[in-house]
Design a binder for this molecule. Structure first.
Ligand SMILES: Cc1cc2nc3c(=O)[nH]c(=O)nc-3n(C[C@H](O)[C@H](O)[C@H](O)COP(=O)(O)OP(=O)(O)OC[C@H]3O[C@@H](n4cnc5c(N)ncnc54)[C@H](O)[C@@H]3O)c2cc1C
Length: 1124
């Protein structure tokens, strides 16, 4: 299907060739007739599936952070696309202006605006019936100096603008200057180039299609609209019609229509759009991937040292834009238009380290600008190798995303051989080392991470979490390869099916792991062929079994060739390079690939799809390449590395190939479409998809969803942790992280207290009332590991109390030794329990044995409310429940002596029956799920970049500025308090934030206030303590000196209970000072409770309170917010 750009070019060329033709601008009516074609099906699909959802998504954060939004739309047409935004977004639009030069459209737009699509407009819409120009026209009411907008939208108006950069620049200069800035959003056909500007985001929609009625009138309207001018010359009009008919595609779903491909993109710009002088923008002609090499990046940098990479990251973070990273340049995602490309090819050193020089055996340290051949050659010189891929020019993208090659069955994937790495974080710009990286290859300023999560992620999904500078590979002795080739013509489909099945079952499956057999299905000289290449490596004792070879001869006949080569020579033995299609179509081809993992390729459903695919190939050069898996690839458990698809026999590379001189033509488009179609048919029968080369193209989404096996949720969380601003937005797409449960209840207590019982009852209650609750046991992980190490029965350790009691001492000793070896064990187990609860609203965790777990673990789940319910029982009841067993060592369970902290709740579980258990749930846990808390949370606006860049400010006091906000908050503070208001003598508050909420609450519950103010604001006598500056004053760079806070002596009666009320708990510094002050004033800490409106666990405020000795003070918060 030809693209609209191809059509436009052809139409304009025809007009230029007709010298007598006088071009005239389109009348308003003619423009309108052409425009209407795009608004009907299937053109409208582009709006429905791309423009409207993307617009709503990209504007979401801006709309959430503002009470009012001003919009300028350039060329909206008869009706603004903003009318399709969700209601809550439309309601925020308080100012709307447009440039609409088409009189017809302008009138219809005004009429439409009368129907109040934007109900909150504060002034009449301002429709300028003129062109938006790159400079300010004299007759224009808008002036750059006094009109600024939050959003400026070019939806379908840039086509007539020749120097697009000028127009976008002007728009960028018209954006508001305030925290969070504004956004220029451009929708356009793919191919839009805006030189010298850096986009905030670029998103594409390659599958857009436009159809036009194949009638003379229809085509006349369409052709002149596409050309951008009209002509009187009837012969040219006839020519235009025939061009449309020639290029247009016909299909049975749209009878009587001509279809054109209309790939679209959305590009957004912020005020940071103008790139600095540091970067040069150029086409990267030397990039292997043809799609990528045709894009014009926002700039390119080729760092020669880590500092250069760090500068790029710092720049991207400051400009709030993404980066692409260029390794070997084989994927389509190493360059994107208007995005800075970091070309790693300046970092291309390879170092070989002998076994005696490392702690981890022989290593090859390779910088990420190396190509496969660089590494293999250098290793070969030392008698070593690394299991990489088959092509010499492929780069780091291969080993970071998997890496399947001829040694994979013997040694595993390339990513399996990675034992350490140096990475520049795209969150902080800092350099980290992970795993085993020899000291001489650790940069001086690198931070070594004990945490193994990043290394885990790099091994299979390594393009998503940072810019990898270098990796250390485990090296293996280099082998010699014996390579045998067969090419077998296949007479018909039945013969082909049988041959494929025999190849799989009788040859490939018989091979030892030192051998592998690849198959090719391709069409040559009007006949389907099966090609087979068998690789045998010879450092090992095993070789092709006689039975496999004999069968190969029987099934495939004698081999065409046999070669013995080294690990460099093997590059030249690839069948698609040497044998097929006259040696890769004569060498001048372009290709597009997607890869799926298959088991049992001879199974009729799979074989039929494969063979049909070859039959339907859109160009003669398309083929399927089946690389053998199994062996060491599948020895690795799916969750041991990020590369989670392990259980497959063949990786099927669907390869669309076309002659290079057909790049950008409908042949190339058809080959790409074929690749996706075949992938789509195979996907339901596959064992997963290869993540390499998948990108933001929506057609990749279904493949990406199956790319990492069971590891996708874990990767999604790590993406949020390591690339929270999505700087690497063009790598293999990961879904948003699964939401952590809103409420996590740690059910603690001594053995026999009934923790599992209570957790089970509460989860059941919640599930019955429509919630989604789960129970997870922390000790399960330890029991599993203990069972594996000791041979104990894991299931009995879980279910058989007597059996568990027998193992208690050994289990405890095992746990203690594990903690010594892995200091992070408690965190790991806690997070595992959280990960296991994906999709749950509430998670009950039992078996936690850490002190002050809420204080110590909250920051790990910063979006969730974490509470602890301690189950208590009398000794008799406990003994009875433990069936009389008592070994005297309880350290795998909690003991309630020596508690230096208070749990959030304590529940006495002595009574028989579940009545009290259920009542506790209704009274204390159910209120956390009440919708009014969500309503309160919705009142908290987020203001990005306030008070400084990268701080996402939550406007807690803003609650009081909204109708009903203070009332709701007060009522929630009143009802969520777990103490007794009648027993409370004072509500203590610190100016300013706390005062607002405390005053309203004090009024409501009729308890007097005890005010804490800064020095010298209260009459003496006073008690005073020093207080560090608050978190927000600190980040705002305001006065950071210590202040003194004071309270009047005697304002709190002796031996009375008090409640401290504050707006926010972040670092905990203010609260610590308040508690110190109360202690100075003679208030017993056991009599103090704290209530805050919002808590930010990221800052570990509770941990600070605990460490400062205030762990016994009960702290409750209404809302919890993640982020800084
Ligand atoms: C001809 C050909 C042969 C192939 N053969 C094999 C094969 O035998 N086995 C196999 O498994 N695969 C093979 N592939 C697939 C190959 O692994 C992927 O195309 C891979 O993405 C290419 O990596 P690259 O570095 O060459 O490409 P690039 O396009 O430069 O990079 C690919 C991805 O990695 C990211 N990236 C690159 N460097 C870094 C870095 N330092 N830090 C973070 N991200 C980075 C890029 O941003 C991009 O998203 C082949 C592909 C082609 C075209």
């Amino acid at each position: 299907m030809a693209t609209l750009d191809t059509l436009k070019l052809a139409l304009v060329q025809k007009a230029s060739a007709t010298t007598s033709t006088e071009k005239q601008p389109l009348s308003d009516e003619q423009y309108s007739a052409g425009f209407d074609i795009f608004m009907k099906d299937p053109g409208w699909t582009t709006y429905q599936n791309f423009i409207i959802p993307q617009l709503s998504q990209v504007l979401g954060p801006l709309f959430r952070s503002r009470l009012r939004i001003s919009v300028l739309e350039i060329g909206p047409g008869p009706k603004s696309v903003l009318g399709h935004l969700p209601d809550d977004q439309k309601q925020k639009i308080t100012k709307y202006a447009a440039f609409e030069p088409n009189e017809l459209f302008a009138s219809r737009l005004e009429e439409w605006l009368h129907s109040t699509p934007f109900p909150s407009l504060e002034c009449p819409p301002d429709i300028n019936r003129t062109f938006f120009t790159s400079h300010v026209p004299d007759n224009c009411k808008l002036s750059v100096d006094d009109e600024k907008f939050d959003v400026i939208l070019f939806c379908h108006s840039m086509y007539g603008m020749t120097c697009k950069r000028e127009f976008v620049s002007r728009a960028v200069n018209m954006l508001v200057e305030r925290p969070g800035g504004g956004l220029v959003v451009v929708f356009h056909r793919e191919g839009l180039q805006i030189n010298g500007m850096v986009s905030h985001r670029t998103t594409s929609f390659p599958t857009g299609v436009v159809s036009v009625a194949d009638s003379d009138d229809g085509l006349d309207n369409f052709a002149q609209f596409m050309a951008g001018f009209t002509v009187q010359d009837e012969s040219l009009r006839a020519l235009w019609r025939s061009v449309c008919r020639e290029l247009g595609h016909r299909d049975s779903a749209h009878p009587g229509d001509l279809l054109f491909s209309a790939p679209n993109i959305m590009v957004t710009f912020t005020r940071h759009a103008f790139s600095g002088p540091l970067w040069s923008a150029r086409f990267l002609k030397t990039v292997k991937n043809r799609q990528a090499s045709r894009r014009l990046p926002g700039g390119t940098v080729r760092p020669k040292a880590i500092i250069g990479v760090r500068q790029c990251v710092a720049w991207a973070l400051a400009k709030k834009t993404g980066l692409t990273v260029l390794g070997g340049g084989h994927s389509g995602h190493c360059i994107w238009s208007n995005i800075l490309a970091v070309d790693m090819r300046g970092l291309d050193q390879v170092h070989v380290l002998a076994a005696e020089d490392t702690d981890c055996g022989p290593l090859i340290v390779a910088e990420s600008g190396c190509k496969t051949e660089d590494i293999i050659r250098k290793a070969l010189a030392s008698g070593l190798t690394v299991p990489l891929g088959a092509r010499p020019s492929v780069g780091a993208g291969l080993w970071l995303q998997g890496g399947i090659g001829h040694l994979s069955r013997l040694h595993g994937l390339a990513c399996d051989a990675i034992v350490g790495a140096v990475v520049v974080s795209v969150d902080s710009g800092k350099v980290f080392t992970v795993g085993c990286m020899p000291s001489q290859h650790r940069p001086d300023d690198a931070i070594h991470l004990e945490d193994t999560e990043l290394l885990w992620a790099i091994k299979g999904a390594g393009t998503n979490f940072g810019i990898v500078i270098s990796v250390a590979f485990k090296a293996y002795p280099t082998p010699t390869y014996s390579v045998r080739n067969w090419i077998v013509p296949l007479d018909d489909m039945a013969a082909a099916r049988a041959k494929l099945s025999d190849f799989d079952k009788l040859i490939a499956r018989e091979l030892p792991r030192s051998c592998s057999a690849d198959a090719y299905l391709f069409w040559n000289n009007d006949q389907l062929h099966l090609g087979v290449t068998m690789y045998e490596t010879s450092t090992t004792t095993s070789c092709v079994t006689l039975v496999a070879l004999t069968r190969a001869y029987t099934i495939l006949g004698p081999e065409m060739s046999i070669k013995v080569v080294d690990s460099v020579g093997v590059f030249d033995t690839e069948m698609y390079m040497a044998e097929m299609h006259g040696g890769h179509g004569g060498g001048k081809t372009s290709s597009f690939k997607r890869c799926l993992f298959l088991k049992d390729i001879g199974e009729p459903r799979i074989a039929n799809i494969l063979l049909k695919a070859i039959e339907d190939r859109p160009t003669p050069l398309c083929y399927l390449h089946l690389l053998q898996g199994g062996g060491a690839i599948s020895d690795v458990p799916a969750d041991s590395t990020a590369f989670g698809c392990r259980d497959w026999d063949f990786a099927c590379v669907i390869t669309g190939v076309w002659p290079r001189d057909q790049d950008g033509t409908k042949e190339a488009a058809a080959a790409m479409r074929w690749v996706y179609e075949v992938a789509g048919r195979l996907l339901p029968l596959s064992a997963g998809a290869y993540g390499a080369d998948l990108g933001p193209d929506p057609r990749d989404a279904a493949l990406a969803a199956k790319a990492f096996g069971p590891n996708l949720p874990r990767l999604a969380r790590l993406k949020q942790r390591w690339d929270p601003r999505n700087v690497l937005a063009y790598a293999c797409p990961l879904p948003p992280p699964p939401k952590d449960p809103k409420l996590i209840v740690l059910v603690t207590g001594e053995s026999g207290a009934g923790k599992d019982y209570c957790a089970g009852v509460w989860a059941c209650r919640l599930n019955k009332s429509g919630g989604a609750a789960r129970v997870a046991s922390i000790s399960e992980a330890t029991k599993r590991e203990y069972a594996a190490a000791s041979g104990a029965n894991f299931k009995r350790l879980l279910d058989d109390r007597a059996y568990k009691e027998q193992h208690r001492a050994a289990l405890t000793a095992f746990f203690k030794s594990q903690v010594e070896q892995r200091p992070q064990l408690a965190e790991e187990h806690f997070l595992k329990a959280i990960y296991s609860a994906a999709g749950a609203d509430v998670l009950f965790i039992t078996g936690m044995r850490d002190k002050a777990p809420v204080a110590m673990f909250s920051h790990l789940v910063p979006d969730s409310k974490l509470v602890e319910v301690r189950i208590e029982t009398s000794e008799e009841v406990r003994r009875a429940r433990r069936c009389g067993y008592h070994t005297g060592d309880d350290s795998l369970e909690n003991r309630n002596d020596s508690l230096e902290y208070s749990p959030s709740f304590a529940f006495l579980n002595d009574a028989e029956g579940g009545f009290l258990v259920r009542s506790f749930f209704e009274m204390h846990l159910l209120p956390f799920m009440h919708p009014s808390l969500q309503h309160l949370a919705d009142m908290v606006r987020q203001i990005p970049d306030f008070p400084k860049t990268d701080i996402n400010f939550r406007h807690i006091l803003g609650i009081a500025q909204q109708r009903g906000g203070l009332k709701l908050c007060t009522s929630l503070l009143q009802t969520h308090f777990i103490g007794d208001w009648a027993q409370t003598s004072s509500i203590v508050c610190v100016e300013t934030g706390g005062l607002i909420f405390a005053s309203a609450l004090a009024f409501q519950v009729d308890v007097p206030l005890a005010l804490i103010r800064e020095k010298d604001k209260l009459p003496p006598p006073v008690v005073s303590v020093a207080k560090a500056s608050s978190h927000i004053s600190g980040v705002a760079g305001k006065d950071q000196s210590e202040k003194t806070i004071e309270m009047e002596v005697g304002v709190i009666p002796k031996n009375s209970k008090v409640v401290v009320v504050d707006d926010v708990l972040a670092t905990g510094k203010t609260l610590c000072a308040v508690l110190r002050l109360l202690r100075e004033a003679g208030v017993e800490l056991g009599d103090v409770s704290v209530m805050v409106v919002a808590e930010f666990p990221f800052h570990r405020g509770r941990e600070m309170l605990y460490r400062e000795g205030f762990g016994r003070v009960n702290v409750q918060s209404l809302l919890v917010f993640g982020g800084a």
